[in-house]
Design a protein around this ligand. Structure first.
Ligand code: SF4
Ligand code: SF4
Ligand code: SF4
Length: 280
């Protein structure tokens, strides 16, 4: 924590950055919330611990045009790369402070826990994939990538009819609050397809067909771009298991194209490139 504050003070005092995007203690005194430090005094409020779950890369596109510093865990660092790759963030404008990460706890406002978030159980990175300054001691080796993800495997074992029922029952509960979209660093379109009226992609009514197009459409838009930061599932007030859908699609993209989101900001996106052998 002290090292993060010291780095923020150094960057802010020297004028290298206008703002340091990190975390501060939330008003429940237990969890963390995003914090924008604009001065050395503000920097004293910065914290980092296992309650710092948010993916702060979400804020970078809104800060374009000014030089900022951002604190990233390994999963968040992949989102930074996705945003650079998609031209939403100018690498020269961002000073990335990476933290070595052993996982964050499942916690909600006023309710701490010492149980790791599911994504941290499957995560194979302890060191961010992009940084200008690293905080923490990298391990001798990164953890093994799990061969499969139990929740995805459990769904795959079900019949197509059972899977349909599973998702039907979940999507039917969606209230179209858009929290999953608003928290996602990769959902930055000025006008989302789900809000577009001309042409109309899907109605704004809260009904199963509309919810289905929304949830499946969003998942498809995130295929090969989702960094598995867990933000959407954490934000969903209806407890819809969005991560299972994202992880299934990420697995298919890796299987078909050998591509994982955000590992290399120069790698071409599988859905933005075309190879002759892909002709059906
Ligand atoms: S998914 Fe990985 S990088 Fe992200 S919080 Fe969990 S352990 Fe850290
Ligand atoms: S889809 Fe969800 S898990 Fe993936 S990057 Fe967006 S908020 Fe994070
Ligand atoms: S956060 Fe949950 S309830 Fe809200 S739109 Fe997304 S899936 Fe639906």
């Amino acid at each position: 924590m002290e090292e993060i504050r010291a780095k923020a003070i150094e960057l802010l005092r020297s004028g290298e950055v206008k703002c340091f995007i990190g975390y501060e203690r939330a008003s429940d005194g237990l969890t963390a919330r995003p914090f924008f430090a604009y001065s050395a005094d503000d920097a004293g409020r910065l914290i980092f611990d296992r309650t710092c779950a948010h993916n702060l890369a979400r804020y970078l596109p809104d800060m374009r045009g000014q030089r900022v510093a951002i604190l990233v865990k390994p999963c968040d660092s992949r989102s930074v790369n996705v945003l650079i790759q998609e031209g939403q963030v100018n690498r020269e404008e961002v000073y990335v402070v990476g933290v070595v990460c052993d996982g964050v706890y499942k916690a909600s406002w006023g309710q701490p826990s010492q149980e790791l978030e599911a994504r941290c159980l499957y995560c194979s990175r302890r060191v961010p994939v992009v940084y200008d300054h690293l905080i923490g001691q990298p391990p001798a080796s990164e953890p093994q990538t799990p061969a499969s993800i139990p929740e995805v495997e459990a769904l795959e074992r079900r019949s197509a009819k059972e899977r349909w029922e599973f998702w039907r029952s979940h999507f039917a509960r969606c209230i179209r609050c858009n929290a999953c979209r608003q928290i996602c660093p990769a959902c930055y379109c000025p006008q989302c397809f789900s809000d577009q009226l001309d042409p109309l992609w899907t109605g704004i009514r809260i009904g199963l067909p509309q919810n289905w197009v929304w949830n499946v459409g969003r998942a498809l838009h995130l295929a090969g771009r989702c960094a598995d930061c867990g933000g959407c599932e954490r934000a969903c007030p209806m407890g819809i298991p969005l991560a299972a859908l994202n992880r299934k699609l990420a697995g298919r993209v890796k299987e078909l194209f050998g591509f994982e989101a955000g590992l290399d900001p120069r790698a071409p996106f599988p859905f933005a490139t075309f190879k002759k052998e892909e002709v059906l």
